[in-house]
Design a protein. Structure first.
Length: 113
């Protein structure tokens, strides 16, 4: 498929929908937040399968997860690193909203978009 045709098609669609004015990479932060939140939920559910919250066995359950479970260390690594990335993207998303004066659009703020 011709990539120039695809690019022209999407540019035409954006112009028809009135969205061609300032679209750039800053408008992806909200989508990235949704993806990271979904990854957090999935990895949290996987981690909760092996975690025991009693004071006697909590450390042992983490040890078991890190050593015995296949790729348990990777799931835990993804889970605690995605939290930092999530909060960084939340701050960038809020800065983008302030930079583009989105606070003037009261209806957008009321629905959370």
């Amino acid at each position: 498929m011709n990539l120039i045709f695809v690019e022209k098609f999407f540019k035409k669609m954006l112009k028809l929908n009135g969205a061609d004015f300032i679209l750039n990479y800053f408008f992806n932060f909200g989508s990235f937040l949704g993806i990271i939140f979904f990854m957090q939920v999935i990895s949290g559910l996987l981690l909760s399968l092996f975690y025991e919250s009693s004071s006697n066995f909590s450390f042992d359950s983490i040890q078991y997860l890190m050593i015995e479970v296949n790729n348990g260390w990777l799931i835990r690594l993804i889970h605690f690193n995605m939290v930092s990335l999530f909060f960084m993207l939340v701050m960038l998303h809020m800065l983008k909203a302030l930079f583009y004066f989105s606070f003037r659009l009261k209806k957008v703020w009321n629905i959370g978009l």
